[in-house]
Design a protein around this ligand. Structure first.
Ligand SMILES: Cc1cc2nc3c(=O)[nH]c(=O)nc-3n(C[C@H](O)[C@H](O)[C@H](O)COP(=O)(O)O)c2cc1C
Length: 258
């Protein structure tokens, strides 16, 4: 089995980088092989732009999806984009490792998605979800957050973590991945220490151990459900009787907030 980690953190001594090293070590001890795309260290350019397309379809007006499709068809996607896709292709498990920054992934990771999940190559209107390129492979988010688990509960002040991570999980499902329940490292107080340093150290040590156990016990990990193609009507809306898995895609317009 082979795992690929995508790390979006600018500091090699960060807890995020530590988690990736711990994860690689744990999997290798179980006989896996592993690779890492350390996006900042690689100097990955997260901004999709015309300069990335050597043989543009339309030099007068940059249309991202049209250019990605054209480059996919002609084999002219940038080499560092195809290299990322090959690493994803080679992996049975993809782990996206990043810190929560302003309630979202760092722009580096989002830009990696914008560029690597290229139209034509990674997905098309017919090659997605259960017909997606990466069907049969598993993916999992591993996210660090500054505050406690309680603040990320459904009633917590940081917002419901399952909802906050849904858009990235949905994008992985869009590519065909079986998406495993995310791993969240809570209370990763980086430079600013609000708690006693020894308490933080002990917590972070335990989290890294939990991460290792998570990676070596993936078969028992819950899979996040998403709707299948047959559950969408002609108009793109959910059909009567289809299951509803998340408040993001639901039958009723009104959410019961209390
Ligand atoms: C730009 C920026 C934005 C942040 N936004 C959030 C946030 O929205 N929610 C949160 O829990 N922590 C937030 N944090 C704290 C980081 O999530 C925390 O520092 C990180 O997970 C620690 O991991 P590290 O030691 O690997 O950097 C933010 C940190 C930075 C630098």
């Amino acid at each position: 089995m082979h795992a690929h980690f995508v790390l979006a953190h600018p500091e090699p001594q960060s807890y995020n980088a530590h988690l990736v090293r711990s994860g690689v070590e744990a999997l290798e001890a179980e006989g896996w092989t592993a690779t890492v795309s350390d996006l900042y260290a690689m100097g990955f350019d997260p901004s999709e732009r015309p300069e990335h397309f050597a043989d543009p379809l339309n030099p007068a007006r940059f249309d991202v999806q049209a250019e990605q499709r054209h480059a996919s068809a002609n084999g002219t996607l940038p080499e560092h984009v195809t290299a990322e896709l090959e690493r994803m292709e080679a992996a049975d498990l993809l782990v996206l490792q990043y810190p929560m920054w302003w309630h979202l992934p760092p722009a580096m990771l989002k830009g990696w998605m914008d560029r690597v999940f290229a139209y034509g190559e990674a997905y098309t209107s017919t090659k997605r979800f259960e017909n997606g390129r990466f069907v049969g492979k598993r993916a999992m988010l591993s996210v660090t957050v500054g505050t406690s688990r309680e603040t990320y509960e459904h009633d917590g002040r940081s917002g419901d973590i399952d909802l906050m991570l849904w858009p990235v999980n949905f994008s992985l499902a869009y590519l065909g991945y079986t998406v495993l329940d995310h791993f969240v490292a809570y209370g990763v107080e980086a430079g600013l220490r609000y708690s006693d340093p020894a308490t933080v150290e002990a917590r972070l040590k335990k989290v890294a151990e939990d991460f290792k156990m998570t990676l070596t016990g993936l078969d028992g990990r819950p899979v996040i459900p998403f709707n299948r193609k047959a559950e969408w009507g002609e108009d793109g809306r959910i059909v009567p009787g289809a299951p509803v898995y998340s408040p993001f895609i639901r039958r009723r317009r009104e959410l019961e907030l209390e």
